[in-house]
Design a protein around this ligand. Structure first.
Ligand code: SF4
Length: 458
């Protein structure tokens, strides 16, 4: 039986999809990219923004038509939207299976049953805000450590989950309502997984968590934090670069994490630290537990310990009640933070969150759009300045593969254009043999743009 797996959303979802693909292959299914050829369409969904959900709904509409001519086609929805909408989603004419993130170990069995009996099946967590039971955790652990997680698209890179869920309840965010409370994975299981990946040729591992810097685990009288985990992972032979995303601005363990970054050449000098707003009033309304001034001090501290650290930010514009003055405070913070890049989004109310229940989406769409454009402009100016510092420098990059313009040959040789990344997460484009894909290369930066560096291979 052939399965076409489509993935929306963040790195967590991509990791779940990698696990599911591996589990399905193990259970005798084969994977296909073609909807036409597939016996099963499996959609891994995201609920973080309305737009991501709308894309899935329109895809389901399309599948409803396909099913008219192919009534045995099984459509399964997994991931955050499955947990959020549950039965409502199951009522959709096209859908056979709705399976939440905690239930993905059951997916192969659910698909087999649906293919045999053509019944609708729902597998979600009823009380998602309650602590996950020990047996559920154990099932997820076994699933996670049994199946391969290497990134199929980028050779020699892999993502490893350090923790699931989130306890923070930022008022705009759906994550705690679909992924449940924070659960940290045992350190020895994570390290074992990294060792296995290294033995398979993986060179870069990214540890994942919604607030990965709050990772903590107690075992045999020893307490582990993310710094300990990075330190232990750095000891794994074959692993050359380690990254972690995403961090929440918090003092807890911050110095330890920065110290291990400064001390270990394997821990990449890159920190993704979402601020979301520069207005203290809006930060309070978002239930973010810091002020803009305190956040900027935290960045100073990071730069004092790791001088060449590259920092990336996240912002939401047009949060309920955001005035022009609040927005200017965000512009101000963005200028002072000197981010290498920022991910900027318009506020979109998510049903069930505190902001949706208690606050009105007061900022008009055109103002949100204007504010995004302003922030992007300020960020572009800053990114341009910071990337110019690389001009003439020699840097090490991990080569990801052919660039989108691989046919363009500017160097006058026969090599295609490749794309790689620095440890500070800059994209670097240069000409070189395709066989470098998945390997490290040394390049010299010859030209810069705000988000991309151009180089020649040394
Ligand atoms: S820290 Fe806040 S924004 Fe991040 S996942 Fe948790 S609730 Fe959502």
């Amino acid at each position: 039986m052939k399965v076409c797996l489509q993935t929306y959303g963040c790195q967590m979802n991509k990791l779940d999809s990698a696990l599911v693909s591996s589990a399905l292959t193990d259970a005798g299914f084969s994977l296909t990219q073609s909807v036409k050829e597939a016996d099963v369409i499996l959609i891994n969904t995201c609920s973080v923004r309305e737009h991501a959900e709308q894309r899935v709904i329109s895809q389901l509409g399309h599948l409803k038509h396909i099913k008219k001519n192919k009534p045995n086609l099984v459509v399964a929805v997994i991931g955050c939207m499955a947990q959020r909408l549950g039965n409502k989603l199951l009522e959709h004419e096209a859908v056979n299976i709705v399976c939440g993130p905690t239930q993905i170990p059951q997916i192969a069995d659910l698909l087999k049953q649906a293919l045999e009996k053509n019944e609708k099946r729902l597998a979600v967590t009823e009380k998602i805000l309650q602590k996950t039971s020990e047996s559920q955790n154990q099932t997820l652990e076994t699933f996670e450590s049994t199946y391969g997680v290497e990134d199929k698209q980028i050779p020699s890179q892999a993502f490893v989950r350090a923790m699931r869920g989130c306890n923070n309840f930022c008022t705009y965010c759906i994550v705690p309502y679909v992924r449940g409370p924070e659960v940290c994975r045992p350190p020895e299981v994570i390290i074992e997984q990294i060792k296995k990946l290294a033995s398979e040729g993986i060179k870069q591992v990214t540890l994942l968590g919604q607030t990965v810097n709050s990772y903590k685990y107690k075992k045999d009288g020893r307490s582990w934090c993310l710094a300990d985990l990075l330190d232990a992972a750095a000891g794994v032979e074959g692993i050359e670069w380690l990254r972690f995303v995403t961090s929440y601005p918090s003092e807890e363990f911050f110095d330890d994490i920065m110290q291990v970054m400064a001390a270990s050449p394997k821990v990449c000098n890159y920190l993704h630290l979402p601020a979301q707003s520069g207005s203290d009033k809006i930060l309070r309304a978002m239930n973010r537990h810091y002020t803009a001034a305190w956040y900027l001090e935290l960045l100073d501290k990071a730069r004092a310990i790791v001088p060449d650290i590259a920092i990336a930010g996240d912002f939401i514009v047009g949060f309920p009640g955001e005035t022009e003055e609040d927005f200017q405070a965000t512009v101000d913070l963005l200028k002072k933070a000197r981010y290498r890049n920022s991910f900027i989004f318009k506020y979109s109310p998510r049903p069930g969150t505190t902001a949706d229940k208690k606050l009105q989406d007061t900022v008009p769409a055109d103002i949100k759009q204007k504010r995004i454009a302003t922030l992007l402009e300020v960020q572009e100016e800053m990114s341009g300045q910071l990337s110019r510092d690389y001009l003439g420098k020699q840097v090490k990059v991990l080569v990801e593969g052919l660039s989108k313009k691989s046919h363009i040959n500017t160097a006058g040789d026969n090599n295609p254009q490749l794309v790689g990344r620095t440890d500070t997460d800059y994209i670097v484009v240069f000409n070189g043999p395709a066989s470098l894909t998945g390997h490290f290369a040394k390049v010299k930066i010859t030209k810069t743009s705000p988000l991309t560096l151009f180089a020649e291979l040394l």
